[in-house]
Design a protein around this ligand. Structure first.
Ligand SMILES: [Fe+2]
Length: 325
């Protein structure tokens, strides 16, 4: 079966020691509904799903798992068959550990770059009213936001998303980010223009990003939501990696803010949905039509960011990038 339109990004798990800062980030800044707050764990929701984002206490300062919502039993069977055919070991989890993810049960396996992917069929739903500073976050048939992942072996990573989940290529962008020339491929699983973007350096393949994702994205319902969150986050002292601007491919307006764990978070508005009947794959020059200027400009900051990314890039050459097949 073709899994297109049966796959959505469903939830995200972050591991960090900085729970207080993450609470300020998601609740006070972005303005999401706080579903749980203890010394060990934070959880947020923004639709009927009881949980969409979890922050667990731990040392990684990174994304530790990505939940993938599989839309039918048939589709789940198909994904599991494909994993089994590739001899990828899968672990089934249910009970309390699954409830902490806001799902009844899930199957996990080690995905590209070692990121844990968790496949689930049915989320735990809540009818409790939302208490948020934003009016809404786009989910529904589009699933939740997207992830941009850097890779030293983009052909292998793109192959993984295509062969296991029937991801389609939406378009490409050539860009220079933080001093590195990148080739970015945008993948969709459904109407959302992209759920995964894979970025690779041109020439010598380095991975300049320490974390599993260079950024994670959510799309807000209104322009007021975007501007409100932008102003709140700035007021709370979070640094904007890129202030408000617009992408040429999905036409989304967005800003990128630096999270407590160091990777970037993009909040967007008004991203186009792909019409499968007349979509043409294009290659764009530059990630932004306009805007997306760094808050901290100047040579010192430029060199600081580039030096960190350069060191990460050199370090990345030491080992082989993990791929499940
Ligand atoms: Fe993005």
């Amino acid at each position: 079966m073709d899994l297109f339109n049966h796959i959505q990004i469903g939830y995200l798990v972050i591991q960090s020691q900085k729970l207080d800062e993450w609470q300020r980030f998601f609740h006070d800044g972005i303005g999401l509904h706080e579903a749980e707050r203890t010394g060990e764990r934070l959880a947020y929701r923004f639709d009927r799903h009881e949980r969409r984002i979890m922050v667990e206490k731990g040392k990684a300062e990174d994304i530790s798992a990505l939940g993938i919502h599989v839309q039918s039993d048939e589709a789940m069977k198909e994904v599991l068959q494909r994993l089994s055919a590739k001899a990828i070991p899968v672990t089934a989890t249910s009970g309390k550990s699954a409830v902490k993810r806001g799902v009844h049960s899930y199957y996990s396996f080690k995905g590209p770059k070692g990121l844990t992917l968790e496949l689930y069929r049915s989320p735990i739903l809540s009818e409790k009213p939302l208490n948020m500073k934003v009016s809404g976050i786009v989910t529904g048939d589009s699933g939740m936001g997207h992830l941009a992942i850097t890779s030293r072996t983009p052909e292998i990573m793109l192959g993984f998303w295509h062969e296991i989940f029937d991801a389609r290529i939406s378009d490409y962008i050539d860009e220079k980010i933080a001093g590195v020339e990148l080739d970015i491929t945008f993948l969709r699983f459904n109407e959302r223009h992209h759920s995964i973007a894979v970025a690779s350096t041109k020439g010598v393949r380095l991975d300049p990003i320490r974390t599993q994702a260079q950024h994670v994205n959510l799309v807000a319902d209104t322009m007021d939501d975007l501007v409100g969150a932008f102003r709140r986050l700035k007021q709370l002292g979070f640094e904007m990696a890129h202030e408000i601007g617009q992408h040429p491919n999905d036409k989304e307006l967005s800003f990128y803010v630096i999270t407590p764990s160091g990777f970037e978070w993009e909040l967007g508005f008004d991203a186009l949905k792909v019409n499968e009947n007349d979509w043409a794959v294009e290659r764009f020059k530059g990630i932004s039509l306009w805007g997306h200027k760094p808050q901290k400009s100047g040579l010192v900051n430029f060199l600081k960011v580039n030096a960190i990314n350069f060191i990460n890039g050199i370090k990345s050459l030491a080992g082989k990038e993990y791929s499940p097949f």
